[in-house]
Design a protein around this ligand. Structure first.
Ligand SMILES: Cc1ncc(COP(=O)(O)O)c(C=O)c1O
Length: 423
């Protein structure tokens, strides 16, 4: 497949700034570029006297012509924010607001360029993977992981997984397992870590987090490591011993062979699930990051077209509001109360399951005793108890305490006990 001269130009520029990143690109990553097509030309013509570039229906002065029922619902907003296209890379104001938020969380973000807006966090993961992950590549990740990674890296991109047990014997993060599996993977290696984790609700301690970063840096001594940090549940931490910080910050500027990718967004953090605003941020030098953003713009243009403008605007409003941090804390407290009740309920001894250590996120994960099949238990819970949980594999049940009120926690655990007892 020939590479377009524009993509070639990006690749050469990238090679000049950062040969490791240039070398790490997948075939699609090498081919990708943002063309000098309609959105590009419309961007250049912004502010012209007569702008006959983009296929947006306007009054000729750049204002949309919305239909009344829609306009009435959104009458408090500037129609331009509500109805017009977003730039392909996302609104400048949205990208800056998110970067500012991350900078407040950690000063090391000052070394990192603006992220590109995605249509939710899953899309940020997919874009990062499309840039770097090739058919036949291997993804290293813990054995407890969000099931959708299989759709991205296996079904879509035809890769393999190499997993290691998530926990060590003490119930902490299995650092040695991570070290060993990274050491065993030869050549360029992709790693995905998700904290707080889905499905098992674990956030490492600050010491563990630093040690995880050190293991990754060590693995990058002799070859390229692409580290996907899935921060979907950032900030939802319920045990003071667990860190609220992203692993991504610990990886910035640590090794020329290390390419950290941060995938995050408004979905859980801003409790804005349908908003579909995510970010993909590249933890490399800002010049290279800008080229990678350009490549993402090609992927966005050919995939979703452009990101949702309205929800980016709403995100900006939320982040700029002086109540934002207190509002987040209020939401976190609601989950904290559910977490506390669930902890107490699950601390009671039972012969039917064991609970994986959990301290954060939206879920906990139970391992059912031998003889119980997770999906049979799940289906019986629906049929007999009108209770819904998720089964994973043959032996695991995931309880989403984020979506039940505290008063339902005890009845949920009691129903589970009853169903298991009867099976
Ligand atoms: C670990 C993890 N990453 C990413 C996502 C996807 O987030 P989004 O809905 O923004 O695509 C989820 C959603 O459940 C998740 O659990």
């Amino acid at each position: 497949m020939p590479i377009h001269p524009e993509a070639q130009e990006r690749n050469e520029r990238l090679r000049g700034h950062n040969p490791v990143v240039a070398e790490a690109l997948s075939a699609l990553g090498r081919r990708s570029f943002f063309p000098k097509g309609i959105p590009y030309q419309a961007g250049q013509a912004k502010g012209t006297r007569i702008n006959a570039t983009i296929g947006q229906i306007t009054d000729g002065a750049g204002n949309p012509l919305p239909l009344a029922p829609l306009a009435e619902k959104l009458s408090h907003l500037n129609p331009k924010d509500a109805f017009l296209y977003s730039p392909i890379q996302g609104r400048d104001s949205a990208r800056k607001a998110w970067h500012q938020k991350l900078l407040k969380e950690d000063a090391r973000m000052a070394q990192v360029g603006l992220g590109v807006v995605s249509a939710g966090i899953c899309h940020a993961l997919t874009m990062g993977a499309e840039l770097f992950f090739e058919q036949g590549d291997t993804l290293v990740l813990p054995d407890l992981y969000w099931d959708n990674y299989e759709q991205i890296f296996q079904v879509r991109l035809e890769g393999d997984f190499r997993t290691f047990p998530f926990y060590n014997a003490q119930g902490g993060f299995n650092l040695e397992g991570l070290r060993q599996v990274l050491a065993a993977a030869k050549g360029k290696v992709h790693l995905l870590l998700n904290f707080p984790s889905n499905p098992n609700g674990y956030s490492p301690t600050p010491t563990e987090m630093k040690a995880i970063a050190d293991v990754i840096v060590e693995a990058a001594q002799s070859r390229t490591v692409i580290a996907f940090c899935d921060d979907a549940y950032h900030g939802l931490v319920f045990d003071p011993k667990a860190t609220t910080k992203s692993l991504f910050f610990e990886l910035i500027g640590r090794s020329p062979n290390l390419i950290p990718l941060k995938c995050d967004g408004v979905t859980k953090e801003l409790s804005f699930f349908g908003g579909r605003v995510g970010f993909l941020t590249f933890g490399v030098d800002p010049e290279s990051a800008a080229i990678l953003v350009d490549k993402c713009m090609g992927l966005i243009r050919s995939g979703i077209g452009s990101p949702v403008a309205l929800s980016q605007y709403l995100m900006e409003v939320e982040l700029a509001d002086p109540r934002h941090e207190a509002e987040f804390e209020k939401m976190r407290q609601v989950l904290q109360a559910r977490y506390d009740v669930l902890r107490a309920a699950l601390d009671r001894p039972t012969r039917h399951w064991t609970v994986f250590p959990f301290n954060a996120g939206c879920f906990c994960l139970l391992k059912l005793r031998d003889g119980l099949h997770a999906d049979d238990v799940r289906q019986k819970l629906i049929a007999d108890e009108s209770v819904g949980v998720v089964s994973q594999g043959d032996q695991y049940l995931r309880l989403a305490f984020c979506s039940i009120e505290a008063a339902s926690v005890e009845p949920l655990v009691a129903s589970l006990e009853k169903v298991c007892e009867g099976m």
